[in-house]
Design a protein around this ligand. Sequence first.
Ligand code: FMN
Length: 400
Amino acid sequence: MPKDLRTYLDNLLEKRPQDVVVVDREIDPRYEACAVVEKFERENKFPLVFFKKIKDSKIPLVINLGATYERLALALGSPTVPQMVKDLATMEHNPLPVKEVSPKDAPVKEVILKGNDVDLDLLPILTHNEGDAGKYINAAALICKERGTNAVNVGIYRHQKQSKRQLGLMINPANHGNYVRAEYEDHNEPMEVALAIGHHPALNMAAVSKQAGVGRELEVAGAFLGEPLEVVKAETVNLMVPARCEIVIEGVVPPKKRHYEGPFGEWPHYYYKEGEQPYIEVTAITMRKNPIYQSIHSAHFEHNIIGAAPRLGSLFRRIQEAVPSLTGVNMPISGAARAHCYISVKKRAEGEPKQAALAAFVTDPNIKLVIVVDDDVDVFNETQVLWALAMRFQADRDLV
Ligand SMILES: Cc1cc2nc3c(=O)[nH]c(=O)nc-3n(C[C@H](O)[C@H](O)[C@H](O)COP(=O)(O)O)c2cc1C
């Protein structure tokens, strides 16, 4: 049986049943679902929460899947979190080509909605935080094709629900998706997109991994799955979409058109970005007969952890290319798992720490501070890292 969200949930229930909370009663998609998850978070608990009934929708919701590194390690079959980082790096080195299947073998084609039948209100899209501009889809892997090269790029971006058939699209300028979009716009052409919602965590992890250059994420998803990602032709756009995901939303981004978007609670735990942004005109929704909708707990732990895990793999791979003596990489939750990076090296040559730090900065534009320590310091133990900073670091000599 090929892997997907359902096989992952079965595996989780078998191996870590204590990680799952099921809510039977009806829950309001406006704030309440996220409030339940936040209540757990305040008690230092980070379960995956399965909401069986979301008000005004027939589709259940899974959220907080990616809130712990342990659950993501389980997805990859890694025994420990430090090992997961190394495994992610190794897997990135060995991408697997996608495998095309016919629509009859694609569960995501069980229901096909086009034209006037397309209605985003069918989905239990959440309003996450009090200051958000509205309902947001935030766990979709957006697939698009680079103009000219046909390289397929994938990333997770936030999508404000702007009408029954319109979604916002906010891609940060330094992300590859924005380079792809801007190139279509320069030629006054629409960009075709497909949003894949609810697959094995491997897909979203690959979407967030930091690849050198545009594309490669679907093949990296195959590497994370340990088997080729099954894809099928989309209905209304010229793209291949994951055959075993729960829901696919197809659409086009019209060039040079904008719609007011934001604010939205984001990974730094602030609301940010509000203004004119491109948008998606939705052309089709395809899904399973009884789909599960997935969301990510925005501006909270899950947002940080699911965003960080694959980046750690990418960082490990790309720092190791510059510094073979690399032994560990972590982005601590104290820096929202994005802004600070701890690196350990078994130093064999002068200059290695500087090389390692620069490789980290080049790999991820979100990094603001890098601390490089010797390999006797555990980068996953912040107290040890800060001890090394206090005892082994002299700013006039060691600060770059
Ligand atoms: C939950 C979540 C939400 C995200 N939202 C956005 C977003 O709205 N805009 C954005 O540019 N990046 C967002 N990201 C980060 C991108 O997915 C990530 O940087 C990815 O590597 C971008 O891929 P690309 O460089 O191929 O475009 C988000 C990540 C996560 C985990």
